[in-house]
Design a protein around this ligand. Structure first.
Ligand SMILES: N[C@@H](CCC(=O)N[C@@H](CS)C(=O)NCC(=O)O)C(=O)O
Length: 359
């Protein structure tokens, strides 16, 4: 099995986790993967030791190969498991291939900015609406997963205060608040970043009116790269998540579909849809004609007609019938019709055929 070290609130973890689920669902990931919560202990004492970086996610292949960076992880898995590729072929699909890599860059390096802003702006004490409590809880459950709920929340709150200086961020930005400045998100540029976010979501919503995924009917690299920030921040973080659910329902459905979890209503890739009356949903019985074996639909009228025939036989001369039926292969079985149909009887009431209690 692959060992995948990740966290739920991490953009890059979501990108690869959804991809691994897809590969596994398609039978294209060998023995599959174990999704392991990358606690601070694992980050310092395993991930950093193996790769030189604590960043999430990271992965260990079944043969012990260690891979860090989502692009490298996807490239690695695509090289080993080729049955269901997610990067379009360069020879036959060059435009889709280019679009995929551009979208990966967009998701990883640009959408990251408004995503990060949404989470941390609405965690400031002065901002309304506010999702600080949720954010403390999601961080706490990764920082102190062994603790009870209250202690997990406290761990998140302490981390925000001590490491990110959340109460003092205007004067002394640290952690994600400093990160946003380094990423080019300042008072001057913020409106443009948020405008970019809105335009992208609008374009995606429009696209999803007719397509299930970025490149049509099946997921590809661009879906997973966009899913990272869109799922983890715009969908999962509460304030942005409320807006996304109100204004972009198709994007929400795509998140469920691409994330491949909680997606019963979301047309997950390969999901079988049944309906009464079509070939898949019909009740069928095996039959044979001219040596060809097949199945055909169960027709209650046929049962009722056999019953009728059985009833007519019951009042006929049995010995004479048996003698006559001998010349046909398995011909005499027809005399046991009533017995054969004991648990399958139909009551015809006008135009309605009803199944009758078993005798
Ligand atoms: N290019 C990297 C980016 C990974 C990354 O930035 N991960 C975030 C979490 S979503 C992280 O671990 N940041 C903290 C750090 O790098 O120390 C990848 O694709 O894996």
């Amino acid at each position: 099995m692959y060992k995948f070290f990740s966290a739920e609130h991490s953009i890059f973890s979501a990108k690869v986790r959804a991809y691994l689920r897809f590969k596994h669902d398609q039978g294209d990931l060998g023995a599959g993967f174990e999704d392991i919560l990358a606690t601070p202990d694992l980050m310092s004492n395993l991930l950093t030791v193996r790769s030189g970086s604590p960043s999430l996610p990271q992965m260990e292949a079944p043969d012990g190969t260690w891979v860090q960076d989502t692009s490298d992880i996807i490239d690695y898995v695509e090289t080993v498991h080729r049955h269901m590729p997610i990067v379009p072929d360069g020879e036959t699909r060059p435009k889709q291939r280019l679009a995929s890599y551009i979208l990966e860059l967009l998701g990883d390096e640009w959408l990251l900015v408004p995503a990060c802003w949404e989470r941390w702006h609405y965690s400031l004490a002065t901002t309304e609406p506010n999702h600080r409590a949720f954010n403390e809880q999601q961080w706490g459950s990764f920082l102190a997963p062994d603790e009870n709920g209250k202690a997990r929340r406290a761990a998140g709150a302490a981390f925000f205060e001590n490491i990110f200086g959340i109460s003092d961020t205007r004067d002394n930005p640290k952690g994600p608040y400093q990160g946003l400045i380094h990423l080019g998100c300042t008072d001057a540029t913020l409106p443009a970043w948020l405008d970019m976010q809105q335009r992208l979501l609008q374009a995606l919503e429009h696209h999803l009116e007719v397509h299930d995924y970025i490149l049509g009917g099946r997921p590809s690299l661009g879906d997973y790269a966009l899913l990272g920030p869109i799922y983890v921040h715009f969908y999962r973080d509460p304030v942005a998540g409320f807006d996304l659910r109100r204004a972009f329902p198709l994007v929400c459905e795509w998140v469920d579909r691409t994330n491949a979890e909680g997606c019963m209503n979301a047309r997950r890739f390969g999901q079988k849809l049944y309906s009464v009356g079509d070939g898949e949903g019909l009740l069928t019985v095996p039959f044979e004609i001219g040596g060809a074996a097949a199945r055909r639909m169960v027709v209650p009228t046929q049962i009722w007609m056999l019953q009728r025939l059985g009833a007519a036989m019951a009042t006929a001369n049995q010995a004479e019938l048996a003698d006559w039926l001998k010349q046909f292969s398995r011909g005499e079985e027809i005399l046991t019709l009533d017995e054969m149909m004991a648990d399958c009887r139909i009551d015809k009431q006008g135009g309605r055929l009803l199944s009758m209690p078993q005798r």
